[in-house]
Design a protein around this ligand. Structure first.
Ligand code: NAP
Length: 290
């Protein structure tokens, strides 16, 4: 926890369900402490039917900033006063800023993905990508890749109707070729052979189910960039097997740190200490201290 100094303490928080294993309190409190800011960050478990009350309560308590996670990223939009245009396009808010009682929603997941691609010098321009999942982070990933000039995006999801809905919304705001598929081995087999990139935006492989993978190893190949939004564990079975076949891999930690960094800037107006945030998260992930 950040050491509090006398005077006004600015409060930031996470709302979602579940939130128990989130690394956001750790990375933000590490950054507040490092910059000696009188801020603190806490996680609140908020169920679907308590969302409206939670937002009203946080506004009344004058919290400075809110991060929003599963399952509220889209639902929360209707309780906010203003929405940033990117969040509106993506139809998902993961960061809220309280400007003197006016709550404005932003999407920093898209920026988190774009900065991760930039950091790794991965260009998606003219490339074909498969996104597995159609939830909050899949939404951000499809927009990020479309905005960066991907040639074609395939959304593969367990519930096909959710993929179709996301594809329809994406096509409305970005000019990109989009198709949808059920998340089955048969469907993935044909697409992955001719794809440049695949992003896992499902929780498959996440702790404690670390023996699971969304793609059988035999479908992976060395010409793929394989990204996993899951960051616990850091090296998922998908990433381990992708590395074994010679594919380029990107774990979920950079996305997490960079989306947090963008939120931090919005709340504090300061550049966050990225390396301290990353080191703190790595210590916990490597220690499996959950
Ligand atoms: P979400 O909005 O609940 O969406 C989950 C998606 O995964 C849905 O498309 C769902 O399919 C699919 N899914 C869930 N369980 C599945 C299963 N057993 N098999 C196949 N598909 C399944 O969640 P989210 O916020 O997008 O998060 C997804 C994952 O990304 C989580 O593991 C989360 O920890 C991670 N994440 C990482 C970051 C980061 O910064 N690295 C940020 C956010 C999330 P249906 O449509 O069929 O339900």
């Amino acid at each position: 926890m950040a050491a509090m100094m006398p005077g006004k303490v600015e409060v930031c928080c996470l709302i979602g369900d579940p939130v128990e294993h989130s690394l956001s309190p750790l990375i933000h409190n590490t950054a507040f402490r490092k910059l000696k800011l009188n801020f603190t960050y806490i996680a609140f478990k908020v169920s679907k039917n308590e969302l409206k009350k939670a937002i009203e309560g946080l506004k009344a308590l004058n919290v400075r900033g809110i991060n929003v996670t599963i399952p509220h990223k889209t639902e929360v939009i209707k309780y906010l006063d203003q929405i940033d245009c990117r969040a509106l396009e993506v139809n998902a808010v993961n960061t809220i800023v309280n400007y003197n009682g006016v709550l404005k929603g932003f999407n920093t997941d898209v920026a988190g993905i774009l900065r991760t691609l930039e950091e790794r010098k991965i260009s998606v321009k003219g490339k074909k990508a498969v996104i597995m999942g159609a939830g909050g982070i899949a939404r951000a990933a499809t927009y990020a890749l479309a905005m960066e000039g991907a040639r074609e995006i395939i959304i593969a999801n367990r519930t096909l109707t959710n993929a179709v809905k996301l594809a329809r919304e994406l096509k409305k705001s970005v000019k990109v070729k989009v198709r949808t598929l059920p998340l089955t081995v048969k469907a993935l087999k044909t697409e992955l052979k001719v794809s440049d990139m695949v992003v896992n935006c499902t929780p498959v492989g996440m702790s404690p189910h670390t023996d699971k993978t969304p793609i059988p190893k035999e479908l992976l190949h060395e010409d793929l960039v394989v990204m996993d939004a899951v960051y616990n564990p850091l090296r998922t079975r998908l990433l381990r097997e992708a590395e074994e076949v010679g594919a380029r891999i990107v774990d979920g930690l950079s996305m997490l740190i960079y989306q947090g960094a963008e939120a931090f800037k919005l709340w504090t107006g300061r550049e966050p200490p990225i390396n301290s945030m990353r080191r703190a998260a790595l210590r916990v992930l490597r220690g499996e201290n959950w």
